[in-house]
Ligand binder design. Structure first.
Ligand code: SAM
Ligand code: SF4
Length: 426
């Protein structure tokens, strides 16, 4: 979501004569698009702002802007803590950026933190550069779930879905520009349109799948509680729906899930995974985990490890619980000792690394279809791209042409697979 917002900022600033600089020294304006999901993210921003103070002093007229979730969360306090910041704009004020930059150029105060402007910033569509084969499309913003640990509803506001007509028009334009893959974005895509009485999420997927030329559809993030049967069935019907679901479990303990306010049990989660595997046996799964949530015992943590052993996720993101201001969990008393939480994280990540290796190794010898994203970062002679199940592949090109190549997998690494192009264009 932040990547899409950053692209929007760039689109908005080009009419007022700003373009992306290739180095910090070349820049006249630095915009930090911030995250406040965990404490570490916001500490990092204040440390970056320290470095930028010296950058600003080196040449008069340089400007610093801070936007996104930390700006929304800290607001005026951010300017007090870092008075050299010229512009502060919240998550709902991206459209005001050109006007704020003008004000800052005139040395006028530039602060915009209102959250009542709803979906005003859908008006700027950040189309990807010419030649891009994949594009992200925001379909909603905000979140109404208020999971006990999470600051998102507080900093990104209530959930608002974008009209389906606009989304479909954007996807058609992307298809006309040669984009083959769209990634639909939202904090809980499965509740798309419910509040507004829009078409349901699976119907949106069906209509996107009917747009010719779009060969891959992905979406992120799915909330396990709201992933419905119709969406699950669609994975068996629409070949363009990629066989990968990111379905954050957070914890394998029913007690912890209830305290987090997630709205599902471990059994319900497992039933959804099973249903998805029934319609698409090749389905890949990824997840998010939080360890050390207040009150999590060793037994609760073992429940998480047990679910991991059962499902064997292809990959996951895992974090130590971080107390966020204004959330319910911040007030919970039974905090887990930070050393214990760090140890649990290490154990969880060790199991995940083994499962990821196992999943990647199982692909060796198979033929996969790869959407090429560019040259491999390590070896420019090789190409790099993703399979439908979201595995990164680095491969030696053959005689094929075009962005979709057929590749025989010859080896597995820690996070990616290696291969040889089979020669035939698929
Ligand atoms: N909306 C998505 C969902 O419900 O799955 C996730 C959104 S959040 C930006 C991404 C991940 O950050 C969450 O799934 C969770 O694992 C993690 N996270 C959120 N708040 C956290 C906190 N206070 N401490 C540690 N991890 C957190
Ligand atoms: Fe945060 Fe996701 Fe829960 Fe919303 S559903 S509150 S974004 S973790």
């Amino acid at each position: 979501m932040n990547a899409v917002d950053s692209a929007r900022m760039l689109s908005l600033l080009s009419p007022v004569s700003y373009r992306a600089a290739s180095t910090l020294e070349e820049a006249d304006l630095v915009l930090l698009n911030t995250c406040s999901i965990r404490e570490k993210a916001d500490q990092k921003i204040y440390s970056d702002l320290g470095t930028l103070r010296r950058w600003k002093q080196r040449r008069p007229g340089r400007l610093i802007g801070v936007g996104g979730c930390l700006a929304q969360q800290d607001g005026e306090a951010l300017r007090k803590r870092a008075p050299h910041v010229d512009i502060v704009f919240g998550t709902h004020n991206i459209s005001a950026l050109p006007e704020m930059v003008r004000k800052a150029e005139l040395r006028l105060p530039a602060l915009a933190l209102g959250m009542g402007e709803g979906i005003a910033h859908w008006d700027v569509v950040p189309y990807p550069p010419a030649g891009a084969v994949s594009a992200m499309v925001a379909i909603m913003q905000g979140c109404d779930n208020f999971c006990a640990y999470c600051v998102v509803p507080l900093v990104r506001g209530r959930e608002v879905s974008r009209p389906a007509g606009e989304i479909l028009a954007e996807v058609r334009t992307l298809a006309n520009r040669g984009v083959l893959e769209v990634v639909l974005l939202g904090q809980n895509v499965n509740s798309y349109g419910k509040k507004e009485g829009e078409i349901p999420f699976p119907e949106l997927l069906r209509r996107i799948a009917a747009i010719g030329r779009i060969t891959r559809i992905r979406f992120i993030t799915s909330h396990p509680r709201d992933l419905d049967d119709r969406t699950i069935r669609l994975f068996g019907e629409a070949g363009t729906l990629c066989p990968h679901v990111h379905l954050p479990l957070q914890s394998g303990s029913d007690r912890v899930l209830a305290a987090m306010g997630r709205g599902y049990t471990r059994g319900e989660y497992l039933a959804k995974i099973e249903a998805l595997r029934r319609v698409r046996p090749d389905m890949a799964f990824s997840s998010d985990f939080i360890v050390g949530f207040p009150g999590e015992t060793e037994d609760d943590f073992r429940d998480t490890l047990a679910v991991m052993e059962e499902i064997r996720f292809d990959s996951s993101f895992s974090f130590r619980f971080s107390s966020r201001p204004g959330t319910r969990a911040a007030g919970m008393k039974e905090k887990v000792d930070p050393r214990e939480a760090a140890e649990r994280l290490r154990r969880l990540q060790g199991r995940q690394a083994a499962h990821t290796r196992e999943r990647l190794s199982a692909m060796v010898g198979r033929e996969v279809s790869v959407l090429v994203e560019g040259s491999s970062a390590r070896d420019p002679g090789r190409l790099s791209g993703r399979t439908g199940c979201n595995k990164m592949v680095n491969f030696n090109p053959g005689s094929g042409a075009g962005p979709i190549r057929s590749v025989r997998v010859t080896g597995a690494g820690t996070h990616s697979i290696a291969g040889e192009e089979s020669g035939s264009d698929v």
